[in-house]
Design a protein around this ligand. Sequence first.
Ligand SMILES: C[S@@+](CC[C@H](N)C(=O)[O-])C[C@H]1O[C@@H](n2cnc3c(N)ncnc32)[C@H](O)[C@@H]1O
Length: 759
Amino acid sequence: MAAFVTHVTLDHLDRFAQPDAEDLSGKTPSQKATTQARSKGYDGICLPLTNDKWKARWRELCLLPAEGSPAAEALEQSAENWRSRPVFLGDEVTITRLDEAENSIILFSDWLELDATDAWVRHDAEIALQQELAYASYLNVHTAILPPPHNREHVASYARAINSVLSTVPYMQLSVRMPIYDPSMIHLDYGSPKNATNGPSTKLVDDHPSIATWEMWDTIRCICDYHPRLTLALDLTPPLPTSLDVLRQWVAEPTRHLCLPASTFIPNAKGYPVLPKSTQSFIREIMKLQPVVILSGTDAGLHSKGGEAAYSQYVRHLEKASPAVKAMQTEGTVEHFAQGYQDYLQAPLQPLMDNLQSITYQTFEQDPVKYKQYEEAVFLALSKWSKSGRITLCVAGAGRGPLVALSLNAIKRTNKECFVYVVEKNPNAFVTLQERKQNEWGDKVQLLFGDMRTIHVPEQVDILVSELLGSFGDNELSPECLDGAMRFLKPDGISIPASYTAYLAPISSSKLYNEARASKDDKSLETPYVVMLQSIKILSGDGGGLSGKCGPQIQECWDFEHPRRDAVVNSQGLPVTNSHNTRAAKLTFHVPHGGALHGLAGYFEAVLYGNVGLSIHPQRMDKISKDMLSWFPLFFPFKARYEPLYLPSKSELQVTIWRLTNQRQVWYEWYAEAFLALPDGSPLVSATSPPPRRISLRVPTQPGAIEASPFIDNVEIPETPRSGRSESDFIFDCASMRLVKIGQTTLHNPGGRSSWIGL
Ligand SMILES: C[S@@+](CC[C@H](N)C(=O)[O-])C[C@H]1O[C@@H](n2cnc3c(N)ncnc32)[C@H](O)[C@@H]1O
């Protein structure tokens, strides 16, 4: 569940400082604020570290007085003294004791302009920040919110200062306060003759989602090298766009706090505070990250009904209604099953090379959906089997036997005469199989111990049942194992599964990026990991992109079919080489909104038999095998020598991936290139059209609200021209588009540093 804290302002603290004849507790103002917040159901408070006295002194010291002023020299001397030994006066800070800092989130002075245009102001703001940080560290503060960036021109200076302070404290979480979105950019509309004469009219455009604030964040965290203690405090003050897609980027970031002023709420028909629809949708989505919600101004009486408690109650209600949160709380869902494993990188299994442990099989067996699908597939195959006489089945790679048990169930349901061979190469699991034969299956089955690629099976079978699938379908060497098993499948026999397909999508996730590079060796950044993906954004969108050549959001790489008869086999019926199992795919993705590329998400879908299947494809899994728990997606990381590949809005990403093999191993290599599509030979914006201009609009500060976020100047490549030319003239003469390359990754995993072994 998300935690809720209330923002305590300097005014609140002043009120708590007033002597109260009845209060003999001797508590400090911040302690009183905490007690009151707790009594109102909050988990804690968020308060400024310093007060107006510090602000006034800093301004006096560091902002130059008018030239020629007699005080200038003396002040410069004092400023130099402060720079050499920065120290607070006792009445410039709001807290002084350890227990005041405990469970409180600290706001560093938000007027410090680390990105000021003036270099001296930047310099002195950085000293002041270091001073505040040192003091907060002295008081054991665990989380502090940094002054927000204001000025895109100098965001690099802001980020450099943050990077430098991050290394000075060993444990404190520093959160950058960012407005979620720069919504109030107003286009000066030159489109109509009226405007041409009377001047431009203003029009709010929320159909042109801006990623300006995300870009600022991206610059900051790149300069800070994705520091794991650098997080985000997202300010939800601005009205949000109706399209959620651009906001999904924040789910892929370390969003730890949501700042929600009472002024963001609107009254519903009865006067209670509620949030606009788009903010509601966003909150429902981001709640899966369990952020700390910082409510401010809730005691200002902005809404006629509900009182102060109404704000947190309402956000809690949104949290409960969040599909992601509901799924986590519902037994039987993947989200519930995967609690604690979200975004956790697991080395994929090597079931061919290793012998799995009983506990691993037990985890598999908790998935009712997979086995139900298998039973249906076996039942369907048996039902459709038209030849007379005994039907023979073989369960190849039986583990502890669930596929055997369900095959026997299916046989019973069809009432046909059948016999089942059971093959397993894990000697330990074979003990469990013997026990089950003795206690449950009797002479309906025959157990065979050995590797399906070499074992002798007494007769060829009609139906071969196996489950050797990995998260990417073929990655646990199912194709290679089943090639060997084809020896004992009759020429007209059936394989369950009949086929499986691998899918890929490019993703952004600072969490996964940091996890993968936590261990510094190259191999860890070239390993495809099994991950329950949560804090991610799929960067690609559907549609052809500007070049018209891009595929869907999640694209098919390749597939494998069984039985396959095209491999050249030797006298024992085994393939001479594994060349027929190599694959390569080149996929082109359209990236509608800019983002940082951190890796590829890999999924699979299998046809077991007929229309019965298994799928972890995000858009199809619910239709094919809803709530199946057995497979989390595969994450192919992209390593970055300097920083992850940045993909601008409307760029195109070409991903090439290979499945490669030698005598012993199978592995993947992957690589990506980014392009921008530009109209061939024509300027991007007609020379006759005025440049798109946007101005920022500050949301007026409401009493008690955290100071409204700064908005950031942003110039984007327009999606439509503002000249007389039609949109189609301007953009979509695909034939005359040229792709301009803007970046590439290195080749990942060359030679199979990370591979599946056991051929
Ligand atoms: C993913 S587990 C599935 C186990 C079980 N069928 C289930 O669905 O719960 C794959 C099983 O196949 C076995 N296996 C893998 N390769 C094999 C091979 N070449 N020959 C025989 N068994 C194999 C493994 O030991 C493991 O028990």
